[in-house]
Write a protein that binds this ligand. Structure first.
Ligand code: PMP
Length: 351
């Protein structure tokens, strides 16, 4: 049955790990999607440090290099829910910049340890101070020490890299079969704002669906974000509540996401319960063999809802921002035991 699976190398050698960022595969789901649609997932865990944020980490540093804002050996500082910090730690290690990360203590332990393993310093901020607390800590450290503050929530380098990589990849990969729906969540909004620029131009009939936590409907509420003169948030958004989808929806609407709100970069915004997202992440792993985190599962949950109403033959693409391995210590793996269960014990005893 079939031929032997073969590969032939990438046909090029790489001068740095940073050159391996992007060009992630879009993979069809064969078991868990409704039969009347073709549902693909864009698996961002194929990036070198296993998340979509490797893209913007690379561009924030290279844009600063191009613009002369970062000098050799200068320390970089950034506020992050983890994946940007891990991506930056990779880029800074490869390019020789010291890195200091500020992160709320609510994000997974794996994230902290990975950043430290990659040579970064991680300053934890109390979860009660929310996303704004870690943001202000990074800003204060940058001002006091003359460090380069990467500012993923406001930097034009964020959406730009998704325009020049993620969006282009999607258009190229779907040029033959077309694309009817693209589904994503948001943290900074870099993914949606950058990809929307490309899809609106090159695939104008593609519907862009934005997903957000059902208990933190910052966009869905229609309430505007108050901002300071430098575009930083002036305070927490009234619709925010703590939610379980790490990496999504901080307690403010970032400037980078505002572009999509102002320019209609999405057609619909839908709420999703993160615990349902975890169930879809589990099904994706066990029934398709594709490992993703809570945000990927939640994006998939939203896509399945959209798929149920979508016309027959619709082609859909779902963003999977990171890997499930980043959640081993979190509720995503809570029900997965380390010890043998009864069935496994019986197998062990059976021979
Ligand atoms: N999922 C996860 C796990 C993330 O870490 C992030 C980024 N914080 C996102 C989704 C959202 O990506 P973006 O910042 O481009 O909106």
């Amino acid at each position: 049955m079939g031929n032997l699976y073969t590969t032939s190398g990438r046909g090029k050698l790489y001068d740095s790990v940073t050159e391996t960022v992007g060009d992630t595969p879009c993979v069809r789901l064969n078991h868990i999607a409704p039969d009347h649609v073709s549902l693909y997932v864009k698996v961002e865990s194929f990036n070198p440090l296993s998340s979509v944020k490797d893209r913007l980490a690379l561009n924030m540093i290279e844009a600063a290099e191009r613009e002369g804002l970062l000098s050799p050996g200068q320390t970089v500082v950034e506020a992050t829910s983890g994946n940007t910090g891990i991506g930056l730690a990779m880029v800074c290690a490869a390019k020789g910049y010291p890195l200091v990360i500020t992160m709320a203590d609510s994000f997974s332990i794996e994230r902290r340890r990975l950043m430290r393993f990659l040579g970064a310093k991680v300053v934890l901020t109390p979860r009660a101070e929310k996303g704004i607390g870690m943001y202000r800590k990074a800003q204060a450290l940058a001002e006091k020490n003359g460090w380069f503050f990467a500012r993923q929530f406001e930097s034009s380098a964020n959406a730009d890299i998704h325009e020049s990589t993620t969006g282009r990849e999607i258009v190229n990969d779907f040029k033959d079969i077309g694309l009817d729906y693209w589904v994503t969540g948001y943290g900074t909004g870099g993914t949606v704002s950058g990809v929307a620029r490309v899809l609106r131009k090159d695939l104008p009939n593609c519907k862009i669906i934005l997903s957000e936590p059902h208990n933190a409907r910052l966009v869905g509420s229609g309430e505007p974000q108050q901002r300071n003169a430098d575009d930083s948030p002036a305070g927490s958004h009234p619709a925010w509540e703590p939610h379980v989808i790490q990496g999504w929806t901080p307690d403010f609407i970032p400037k980078v996401l505002q572009e999509s709100i102002d320019n209609k970069g999405f057609d619909q915004v839908l709420p999703v319960d993160g615990t349902i997202g975890m169930q879809w992440a589990a099904r994706l792993a066990a029934e398709e063999g594709i490992l993703t985190g809570v945000s990927g599962g939640s994006t998939l949950a939203t896509a399945i809802e959209v798929a149920e109403q979508a016309p027959k033959g619709s082609v859909m693409l779902v963003m999977l921002p990171d890997t499930g391995e980043r959640y081993l210590s979190t509720p995503l793996f809570e029900t997965i035991p380390a010890e043998m269960d009864e069935e496994e014990q019986a197998l062990a005893d059976s021979v």
